[in-house]
Design a protein around this ligand. Structure first.
Ligand code: BES
Ligand code: ZN
Ligand code: ZN
Length: 465
């Protein structure tokens, strides 16, 4: 993580980023390296930035008359430029712009290097900020980026390291550090709870499943009933006996716990920031493999709530493990239950990597708040319909439900399947698109993006105001 230090007077001899607006074209430091005419040109250009090089250091002028997201992207653009060249950079400008720029810069300064023989971390390791920038706001960005890094690491870890047990351990460690409680149920406890979905998916695996319960409750929490977040923790999805093809499919299925990582990241960050909120996070976790004892298409599972499910495709496993967690959520009498899951390829085909899909039966205000938070942090969500017609497709003739629908609108039929298991107001979020990238986009790296953490945090934070 980048180190932050402070200055009273800007240092003349290190690389600098000067965030300026057209109003302060008379700024002294700026005018030492750029002429007024230069700055005018920069502020009107498409890129909105330019630089000069003096010896070994750079001076960037970045026009701050840009949207919040463009300022984050500017941070990542300049990180790409200097990440491997300079160790330390100072950023000057008004507080709001500096913070957004800093966020983009830090989010871009991430690499997953654990398995590289020669570590090639970015050279950039320190940002110097003016004293006037409030440290609570800087700390919030540092915590948020730290948790996003943590979440990305979890998604990028292969299943050879990140088994269900390991995922639970990582969450327990985060709980100890940040001050939230974590209980990990083992296989026999999961059996005692009759979680037939989680146990069914786990049958082909050589590793046991886990069910992780994390809880964070601020003594002055604004909500009386907890908000429950549920995350799909399929640490690897081969498809099971309904085996996936490898290219562009099974090869990235270590990311099938990105929903779990996002909600775990959300409680981690909420606790670090001491949000005045009561939050419960539930994570059913296993891999999905075609082992000797694997569950089969045609099997009928009895779930935690007693409902029966006919399995017609073992690759539709996420909904089976989530169903058990969603009915377990009942015991908390939640205000609202929201799940995050890399649930369907249909979601990716519908909107690509640029947003998550939300749907559900909760009051409109929850959807509006998620949309608003999504815009604020640029982790956008799009609401899809949730009509009863889709539910009919999930009915089986020999069990209460079947685990696949008719083929169209697969992200919605999956959501309707899940709704059957929840008694409280409910929102389903399909995060299959934005949690994983095949090539980098601005400050989002290739591989795990950490998407969802900043969205949930902003959503919860807005509720405490
Ligand atoms: N984990 C996948 C969904 C997925 C696909 C996530 C692409 C990320 C990228 C899920 O378990 C799955 O395989 N879903 C099936 C459901 C189908 C069999 C009804 C799908 O989407 O094809
Ligand atoms: Zn699957
Ligand atoms: Zn899956």
């Amino acid at each position: 993580m980048i180190k932050i230090s402070r200055f009273k007077n800007a240092e003349p001899n290190i690389s600098s980023v000067l965030l300026f607006s057209k109003k302060d074209l008379k700024n002294k430091i700026l005018l030492e390296t750029f002429t007024k005419e230069d700055l005018q040109i920069i502020s009107e250009s498409k890129e909105k930035y330019d630089f000069t090089k003096q010896g070994s250091h750079y001076n960037f002028a970045v026009c701050d008359e840009q949207s919040d997201e463009q300022l984050r992207v500017s941070g990542s653009t300049i990180q790409k430029f200097i990440g491997d060249k300079v160790e330390k950079i100072q950023v000057l400008g008004n507080e709001k712009s500096v913070l957004l720029f800093l966020e983009g810069l830090i989010l871009a300064n991430y690499k997953f290097t654990k398995y590289l023989s020669e570590t090639n971390e970015f050279k950039l390791s320190e940002v110097v900020l003016p004293d006037e920038i409030k440290s609570t706001k800087v700390d919030e960005i540092i915590n948020s980026c730290k948790v996003v890094y943590w979440t990305r690491n979890l998604v990028n870890e292969p299943v050879s390291y990140l088994t269900a047990l390991k995922l639970s351990e990582e969450i327990s460690n985060a709980g100890e550090e940040a001050g939230f409680s974590v209980t990990v149920l083992n296989k026999s406890q999961i059996e005692a709870l009759k979680m037939g979905g989680l146990l069914g998916v786990n049958r082909g695996s050589i590793d046991p499943p886990t069910f992780t319960i994390a809880e964070y409750k601020h003594p002055k929490a604004v909500n009386k009933k907890p908000i429950v977040l549920v995350g799909k923790g399929v640490v690897y999805d081969t498809g099971g006996l309904s085996l996936k093809p490898t290219p562009g499919s099974m090869d990235c299925m270590k990311s099938d716990m990105a929903g779990a990582a996002a909600v775990a990241g959300a409680i981690y960050l909420a606790a670090l920031q001491k949000l005045k909120i009561h939050l419960v996070v539930l994570i059913p976790a296993t891999d999905n493999r075609p082992g000797m004892d694997a569950y089969t298409p045609g099997d009928i599972l009895t779930m935690h709530n007693g409902s029966t499910v006919e399995v017609l495709n073992t690759d539709a496993e996420g909904r089976l493990i989530l169903a058990d967690a969603l009915s377990y959520a009942d015991k908390y009498n939640p205000e609202v239950v929201i799940d995050a899951a890399t649930l369907t390829g249909a979601a990716v085909r519908a909107i690509g990597t640029h947003a998550s899909i939300i749907m559900g039966n909760a009051e409109d205000n929850y959807f509006n708040e998620l949309e608003e938070a999504g815009k604020q942090v640029h982790e956008r969500v799009v609401r899809f319909p949730f009509w009863e017609e889709y539910y009919k497709e999930m009915k089986s003739t020999i069990a209460d439900l079947k685990n696949i629908g008719g083929g169209n609108a697969g992200m919605i039929t999956a959501g309707k399947f899940l709704e059957h298991f929840v008694k409280s107001p409910y929102i389903h979020m399909d995060v299959a698109g934005p949690t994983w990238l095949d090539s980098p986009e601005a400050y989002r790296p290739k591989g795990g993006t950490g998407n969802g953490v900043r969205l949930f945090y902003q959503f919860l934070k807005n509720r405490t105001k």
